[in-house]
Design a binder for this molecule. Structure first.
Ligand SMILES: Cc1ncc(COP(=O)(O)O)c(C=O)c1O
Length: 399
């Protein structure tokens, strides 16, 4: 059967093989220490589950309003007003099936064939394919190790007459890094100067457990230049902050011009988001958040454990400031020999760690970070210690 050219143009993931192999080993009963998860190891808080169940059993099971439950849209706008310090109305808040759909819809609405979108790298795996689905071109703007600081000059250099916008996600997946407050202000000014839109993926903005003075998340985007707001699409949701990855609820806060495109895309493709799941999300936004402090404390402790352990193995790793990922520099391990001619890149390192230590990580090339691997610390301190011990043994006794 002939597949469409549009489909063929979407770049395949070259790294899923390692992740799939880890799942296979686990199914075979092998004790794999997984640092590969892109989701919290905590359970959705019971009050949220109860609100969803209550809605489902009391008949909230019919088609949803396309743009979302009015009460949820109000709660999203209220949270955004608190977080960003500029007023948002429910009319600009649109509920989507996960943050991922919101990102896809934004690119569908904003990108024409051949348009260029600047994305600081390392970056999350789906921006490139989603921009490609809109027939645009993702232009990577590298943030250099060891700190992965956003490079304003690199942004300026990357701008061409085809540049239409840029994507931000702070804290970043896969580095967990924030940005200096003045850099974010200058980036907002750059967007204004060059007439660019910004998609701000703030999915991890509630997970800033390492935040200190002068380092900020996407929540600070409007601080210096509130006028940038007319050109910003905010993408957010409870998937990571409330351990709700399987609920498939997210949202966007969009400028007026984007409400109609989002409505069209949602209406024709998804009809909206599962009605009773939206009631759970409403509880997530309006209920008690005390659990988040405990979770963030756990992430902070784990981050130090992971980074100290990796540094002790001779693998430089920037200390994350949020999210639950660390990006380790494994370039010192990449040296193909006659015995191991294939140990040529981060995919080979991740495969070796999985095969010989039963430790799963995601190769950095998935995130435009060749020579690095991403470790998720959404697992217990005991598992982190076990995984690091296995890696110490492997690196000390290479196969
Ligand atoms: C940076 C980033 N944005 C968006 C998403 C997608 O979120 P959701 O599960 O709400 O669709 C992820 C999931 O891993 C992510 O890491």
């Amino acid at each position: 059967m002939k597949l469409s050219r549009r489909y063929e143009a979407i770049p395949p993931s070259g790294t899923m093989a390692v992740v799939q192999k880890a799942a296979l080993l686990k199914r075979q009963g092998i004790d794999v220490v997984s640092f590969a998860a892109g989701e919290p190891d905590f359970d959705t808080p019971p009050a949220i589950v109860a609100a969803m169940a209550q809605a489902a059993t009391s008949g909230e099971t019919r088609y949803p309003a396309v743009l979302g439950l009015p009460a949820l849209r109000e709660a999203i706008a209220a949270k955004a007003t608190r977080r960003y310090g500029v007023p948002f109305t429910a009319a600009s808040a649109i509920v989507t099936p996960g943050a991922k759909f919101a990102l896809w819809a934004a690119f569908q609405a904003l990108v024409d064939p051949g348009d260029e979108v600047l994305v600081p790298t390392p970056c999350w795996v789906s921006y490139g394919p989603q921009i490609a689905m809109a027939q645009g071109v993702m232009v990577p703007v590298p943030c250099a190790p060891p700190d992965f600081e956003l490079d304003l000059e690199a942004f300026e250099r990357a701008i061409t007459p085809r540049t239409v916008g840029l994507v931000l996600s702070l804290p970043m997946n896969p580095t967990g890094r924030l940005v200096a407050r003045e850099t974010l202000a200058k980036l907002a000014a750059l967007a204004l100067r060059h007439d660019l839109w910004i998609v701000s993926d703030d999915l991890y903005a509630d997970l800033c457990w390492g935040q200190h003075d002068g380092r900020v998340s996407g929540a600070a985007l409007f601080d210096a230049h509130p006028e940038v707001r007319d050109r910003v699409v905010i993408v957010d949701g409870p998937s990571k902050s409330h351990a709700m990855t399987g609920w498939r609820v997210g949202w966007a806060l969009v400028p007026d011009a984007l409400v109609a495109p989002f409505s069209l895309l949602l209406g024709q493709i998804a009809t909206g988001v599962t009605t009773f799941a939206q009631h759970g999300a409403l509880q997530a936004l309006t209920g008690d958040h005390a659990f988040l402090d405990a979770w963030n404390d756990a992430y902070r402790r784990r981050a130090h454990l992971v980074v100290d352990g990796l540094q002790a193995l001779g693998l430089p790793t920037a200390l994350p400031e949020g999210a639950f990922y660390a990006l380790a520099d494994v370039r010192s391990l990449i040296h193909p020999t006659a015995a191991h001619p294939t140990l040529a890149d981060d995919v080979a390192i991740a495969t070796q760690w999985l095969d010989h230590a039963h430790v799963a990580v995601v190769p950095g090339s998935a995130f435009h970070a060749p020579g690095f691997v991403r470790l998720s610390f959404a697992c217990s301190e005991a598992r982190i210690a076990e995984g690091l011990a296995r890696l110490r043994h492997l690196i000390g006794n290479p196969p």
